[in-house]
Design a protein around this ligand. Structure first.
Ligand code: ADP
Ligand code: MG
Length: 455
């Protein structure tokens, strides 16, 4: 009977993987199984409350439809938290298989040539795929299965905290696992540059060259650091050529496309584009949620969907920040011995969230808050009157509109009732300079800001 249940679930998972057409499938359906089918009623076992909520809310219809297709006597599906029934049968995808070996990677790492070890937790298995990183993920995966043959060099670029280092390490970790004898070298470009300089000082450049030219796979992180470093660029050029000619795999990451790296030799920037150039952009809401969910699973944290939704809605800039926000909420809960809730998330993320809200604050709000703070009327604040008790608050208003709302000087002039932009520049510059040396002014502005943001 058990085998039958699992056969059905495996078949259903196979279909769902295609229907959902999302690589995050693994995140949501990992460690699920069918516990029971009785009189057309299916009970699906899920590992935790979060998965339960998620499957009920997001995938229930898909699951029901798929199961009915396989067995039309099925009438209902319910979800219950239970231990995994048959771990070896669950989701036979390559990524799931990889998870079983993550524990070995640290030891295996010693076999790679790298003095800068790959982070063992940065694997393909722990990498959530979304529209923002699909190409970079697919090409990295291909390279990890066929180094030196598919995309060479592979150049991955994107902003900070979006997963470049994670992907780079994922390739390394997969290779260490699948081909233990392969020589992999993972290094940050900064370390590469420092090591090169040290080798000149110590007269060991020959060793340096030998080390970097004798690898099968060269993973170099944050290549934009080559900018302006002429000597290191020259050395890197020869390393690159040597490896490339010998069909060794090269993967580079950067915060921008090759041609946008300032002061980088043309012969290098052109070579960086010889293979595949793949970008990583910022994740959309669904992917942010999926990433949060994956992190909770990894750490065994039970956090409700509403809380993750709150975090995913408010933290949008990078995955590193997203993770940081989640960690903060959990730390807050542990400290106060409370269960995660939206209220707690709000409290824990107060500063992070208000920081991001700055764009939605209106000039009007700033004007009203400043007027109230200095106990003057809005009309007086906007007027051309030049008494000291009005000029000073007016200049603070100018400063805040510039620093926090990023308005242009003419825009600020208009918002303040038609003032000349040179007046605004003068006001802003004055306050900006004063803040640096006047503690009490800094404090006043801080209080006004807190009121503007309603903290
Ligand atoms: P970058 O090198 O682009 O600055 P990292 O690779 O260091 O960014 O990623 C920052 C953090 O976000 C890491 O903890 C990483 O594990 C996590 N992260 C980034 N992308 C993903 C993803 N797609 N799935 C899961 N975690 C991710
Ligand atoms: Mg990085």
């Amino acid at each position: 009977m058990e085998l039958q249940l699992n056969d059905i679930w495996q078949a259903a998972l196979g279909e769902l993987e295609v229907v959902l057409s999302t690589a995050n499938f693994n995140t949501w359906f990992k460690d699920t199984s069918i516990l029971d089918i009785d009189d057309g009623k299916v009970v699906v076992a899920v590992p935790n409350n979060f998965s339960k909520e998620w499957l009920q809310k997001k995938y229930h219809q898909d699951i029901l439809k798929t199961l009915r297709k396989l067995n039309n006597s099925i009438s209902t599906v319910s979800y219950t938290i239970a231990a995994v029934q048959h771990p070896s049968l669950v989701i036979p995808s390559p990524t799931a298989r990889a998870s079983a070996v993550t524990a070995d990677i640290t030891q295996n790492n010693s076999r790679s040539a790298s003095p800068f070890p790959l982070k063992p937790e940065f694997t393909f298995d722990s990498f959530v795929v979304g529209p923002h990183n699909r190409l970079a993920h697919a090409t990295s995966l291909a390279v990890s299965q066929n180094p030196g043959k598919t995309h060479n060099p592979l150049f991955i670029y994107g902003g900070v905290g979006l997963g470049k280092t994670h992907l780079l390490c994922a390739v390394g970790n997969a290779l260490v696992k699948n081909s233990p004898s392969i020589k992999i070298l993972y290094v940050s470009c900064e370390d590469f540059a420092n090591e090169y300089i040290a080798s000149i000082q110590n007269k060991t450049t020959e060793d340096f060259k030998k080390k970097y030219r004798s690898v099968d796979v060269f993973l170099i992180d944050d290549i934009q650091f080559l900018s302006k470093k002429e000597g290191t660029q020259e050395e890197f050029f020869h390393t690159f050529n040597h490896l490339y000619q010998n069909n060794c795999q090269i993967i580079m990451t950067s915060d921008r496309i090759p041609r946008a790296i300032p002061d980088l030799e043309e012969r290098l920037s052109s070579r960086f584009g010889w293979g595949m150039v793949a970008d990583i952009t910022t994740p959309n809401f669904e992917t942010r949620q999926a990433i949060l969910h994956a992190k909770c699973q990894e750490k065994n944290w039970e956090v409700g969907l509403d809380v993750l939704e709150y975090i995913a809605t408010n933290i949008t800039s990078s995955i590193r920040e997203l993770e940081g926000a989640l960690n903060r909420v959990i730390a807050h809960c542990e400290l106060h011995k409370e269960q995660p809730s939206v209220n707690i998330a709000q409290a824990a993320l107060e500063n992070m969230v208000t920081g991001q809200q700055s764009k939605t604050i209106s000039p009007d709000k700033v004007i009203k808050t400043v007027a109230k703070f200095f106990n003057i009327t809005v009309a007086d604040l906007m007027s051309p009157k030049r008494s000291r008790d009005l000029v000073f608050p007016r200049q603070i208003t100018m400063y805040l509109m510039r620093s926090d709302l990023s308005l242009s000087y003419p825009q600020i002039g208009r918002a303040l009732g038609g003032k000349d932009h040179t007046t605004i520049i003068h006001g802003y510059t004055l306050i900006n300079r004063e803040i640096a040396r006047n503690d009490s002014l800094r404090e006043q502005i801080q209080i006004i800001k807190e009121r503007v943001y309603g903290v």
